[in-house]
Design a binder for this molecule. Structure first.
Ligand SMILES: O=C1O[C@H](COP(=O)(O)O)[C@@H](O)[C@H](O)[C@H]1O
Length: 237
């Protein structure tokens, strides 16, 4: 077990094998969604993009669930057309919304418009069917401490991180990133019934240690806002 001191109430699941971690996370998520579907007409699943979730998507797509009652949304998206290598939507369509999970309803964060601000109203429209609080959120993390597209160097960060901001989505233009982005806001992500942080690599573990060392400064490392009781961290080297 790696040496890390997480805040009280945060779970830690570590395994040397990334595939096993992905399958454990997929099995946990499938159980949460199945139990939600026993109580509600629909369940919602927020996933992250990037490279880490690929094996998780593949494992979860095979879960025996009534996927026709599941809404899938990205935590964040790059403002690029579908088919672009940077498109998280393309990643999700090709790896999660396949097999059994092909029946899920996908609510796209990328809508027509040259820049996010031009498409934001259409994004809000697409998300209007989403029941809040969302059921499951799977977050990733960058080594700058960003999660979703809550980047430390985005001028829009204070608004997107405002716990009282009831907006679902925000346009983000981090200086460090080649494309503008849209992200679900902290308020929406933080209210999920179940939240996991999925990480791969020793570098990510070091970043997490740094995040745990000064939990209050959420603007320096936005992932800190989610390091609270109930969070489950899934990590492999
Ligand atoms: O830019 C992004 O990065 C993070 C982490 O990505 P990874 O490639 O290191 O797994 C991801 O969580 C976020 O959704 C994505 O847009």
């Amino acid at each position: 077990m790696p040496d890390i001191r997480l805040p009280e109430g945060v779970g830690f699941h570590a395994d040397d094998n990334a595939g096993r971690v992905a399958r454990a996370l997929a099995s946990t998520v499938a159980d949460v969604l199945a139990s939600r579907l026993e109580q509600a007409s629909r369940a919602s699943l927020v996933v992250s993009g990037g490279s880490t979730p690929l094996p998780f998507f593949k494992a979860l797509s095979d879960a025996d669930l009534d996927w026709s009652r599941v809404d899938v949304v990205l935590a964040d998206e790059r403002w690029v057309p579908e088919g672009d290598p940077a498109s998280n939507t393309t990643l999700v369509r090709n790896n999660l919304l396949v097999g059994r999970a092909a029946k899920a309803r996908y609510l796209a964060l990328k809508q027509p418009g040259e820049i996010p601000d031009q498409g934001l109203e259409a994004v809000r429209q697409a998300l209007s069917v989403l029941v809040l609080p969302v059921d499951v959120v799977i977050l990733g993390m960058g080594n700058d401490g960003h999660t979703a597209s809550l980047f430390p160097d985005a001028p829009e960060l204070p608004e997107a991180m405002d716990e009282f901001n009831t907006g679902l989505v925000a346009a983000m233009t981090p200086e460090s990133q080649p494309q503008p982005r849209v992200t679900l806001t902290r308020a929406v992500l933080a209210q999920a019934r179940f939240t996991a942080l999925h990480l791969k690599g020793e570098d990510k573990l070091d970043t997490l240690r740094r995040a745990c060392s000064a939990l209050d400064d959420v603007f320096a490392m936005p992932v800190r806002a989610f390091l609270k009781p109930g969070l489950e961290v899934f990590w492999s080297p």
